[in-house]
Write a protein that binds this ligand. Structure first.
Ligand code: GLN
Length: 491
């Protein structure tokens, strides 16, 4: 019999529904595996809570009231608030924080009435407040990449990507503000999708840059991502004012659709000098595989691709500086000991609670929003953001889906970019444009580059076209096995 950790979400769900296995035995297996992990992927466990959720899933399966993914284990990025586990957002500021409520995404995936029935194994490491591309900004520990433990797993959802790649859990949640689902998925050789902005509720997702933040699933295959995405999306108008008023969808419905005639846009700007040769080769082979299935490649331009970097690194810090003002030592988390007065309390609390990257972004954000600079930076950036979004609309008059690399290189060595924040900002070039436009984007493994490290293909769709992306990815995965490979560093 296949070990539980080698099974997909779809296969585990089928066996659980057929009562071939119990949620409790499955949960015990994944819990033991995850607790033995030494990669730093997990920040917390609560075996009692995990097993209680499994018991509930078993009861629902017995009673015939179970959700579609009942008893399938998963883990949440530690940026989703949970009642059963602490939530830190990878920051000392929230060390030991326990939320009085569950995030909407957590509720929708979990064993609550009406939920999909998944069992939460624990909380996953991430860059502090999701700011980063390598997980090295976590205040707790950095995470190693299971394909090569001297390398980063990507970020900010690096705990999620490392855990899924090492088969500690069959699936995880991530959040993507400027690439944090797609880039770690690419670096760890797994599949991840960020839906259209507003598809998934941001309620209970600790805010980084609210106009960009989106939740999404990370799993080994597109088929598994479709199952989780169907469960976690849907309107939440009373709790998230930017939640889209479109009904939840079955994102699995188009998986098998033939690719005949599908127009795949290839932006020249994604294939310029900055793209490493070892990444370009598997990407081009993947595009050829799509052509072999009947897709047509359409060369096109996204002329403002480079501007996405300065625009994002003005707007995201601006929003972050505002969002993070709530961490003042009064309402949440850490408070300094023995302050001289109120102002001293604010200052010391924030100096002690936040890490360097978070402080850097708060300063940048405050600067670009300040009187005299607002027009020169923030407003300009907003205008260019709009132009980037219209460039995509122009492109989508010529194609159905856009394809390109996720990142210019494979996962880098731990420490390589940690002294140079700008070097790591520049590596976000291919994921930022879709984020700024609010478009859905995904990464799927298509091969290996330097050092045997995984390479991901990025697919970007027009608004609400997630099922198209998943369809393309699934068809690719039907004729390739990159997503089935097991990293050597996995336990
Ligand atoms: N690397 C980008 C940043 O540091 C994106 C992070 C994210 O998507 N959360 O902001």
């Amino acid at each position: 019999m296949t070990a539980f950790h080698d099974m997909t979400v779809a296969a585990l769900a089928a066996d659980l529904q057929a009562k071939k296995v119990s949620a409790t035995e499955v949960a015990q297996h994944f819990l033991a595996r995850s607790q033995a992990d030494a990669s730093g992927a997990f920040l917390s466990f609560n075996p009692e809570a995990t097993l209680a959720q499994a018991k509930e899933a078993d009861a629902q399966l017995a009673a015939g009231t179970a959700g579609p993914l009942a008893g399938v284990p998963m883990a949440h990025k530690d940026i989703f608030v949970t009642t059963d586990f602490p939530t830190t957002a990878g920051s000392k500021m929230l060390e030991g924080y326990r939320s009085p409520f569950d995030a909407t995404v957590v509720r929708k995936l979990g064993v609550h009435a009406g939920g999909a029935g998944m069992v939460n194994v624990g909380k996953l490491n991430c860059d502090e407040f999701a700011m980063g591309s390598s997980n090295e900004n976590s205040a707790y520990q950095s995470v190693t990449n299971p394909w090569d433990t001297s390398r980063v797993p990507g970020g900010s959802s690096g705990g999620s990507s490392a855990a899924v790649a090492a088969r500690l859990v069959p699936a995880a949640t991530g959040t993507d503000t400027g690439g944090s689902i797609r880039q770690p998925a690419s670096f760890c050789g797994i599949t991840g999708i960020k839906p259209t902005y507003g598809r998934a509720s941001r309620y209970g997702m600790i805010a980084y840059a609210s106009s960009l933040d989106q939740a999404g699933p990370m799993a080994r295959s597109a088929e598994d991502c479709a199952l989780l995405l169907s469960a976690l999306c849907g309107p939440d108008p009373d709790r998230d004012s930017t939640s889209l008023d479109v009904p939840a969808e079955d994102f699995s419905r188009d998986l098998q659709r033939p690719l005949q005639g599908l127009r795949v846009g290839i932006p020249a700007e994604f294939f310029g000098e900055g793209l490493a040769a070892d990444v370009r080769v598997p990407i081009e082979a993947a595009l050829q595989a799509l052509v072999d299935q009947g897709a047509v490649l359409v060369p096109l331009h996204l002329p403002r691709t480079e501007l996405a970097i300065p625009v994002y690194y003005i707007l995201a810090p601006a929003e972050a500086s505002s969002n993070l003002s709530r961490f003042d030592g009064v309402k949440f988390g850490h408070r300094t000991k023995n302050p001289a007065d109120l102002i001293d309390m604010y200052k010391k609390t924030r100096a002690e609670g936040f890490g360097d990257e978070v402080k850097r972004r708060i300063m940048i954000g405050t600067y670009v929003l300040s009187h005299g600079y607002y027009d020169a930076y923030y407003l300009q950036a907003q205008k260019i953001r709009r132009m980037i979004a219209s460039d995509f609309q122009q492109a989508f008059t010529q194609c159905d889906v856009i394809a390109g690399p996720v990142a210019p290189t494979v996962a880098w060595k731990i420490g390589d970019k940690s002294e140079d924040p700008v070097a790591s900002y520049l590596a976000d070039i291919f994921t930022l444009p879709a984020s700024l436009a609010g478009l859905p984007g995904m990464s799927l493994p298509v091969g290996f580059g330097e050092g045997g490290m995984p390479v991901g293909l990025q697919l970007i769709g027009n608004y609400l076209q997630e099922s198209r992306l998943l369809n393309l990815a699934h068809r690719f995965q039907q004729t390739s096995d990159h997503h089935l490979r097991m990293p050597g560093g996995a336990p």
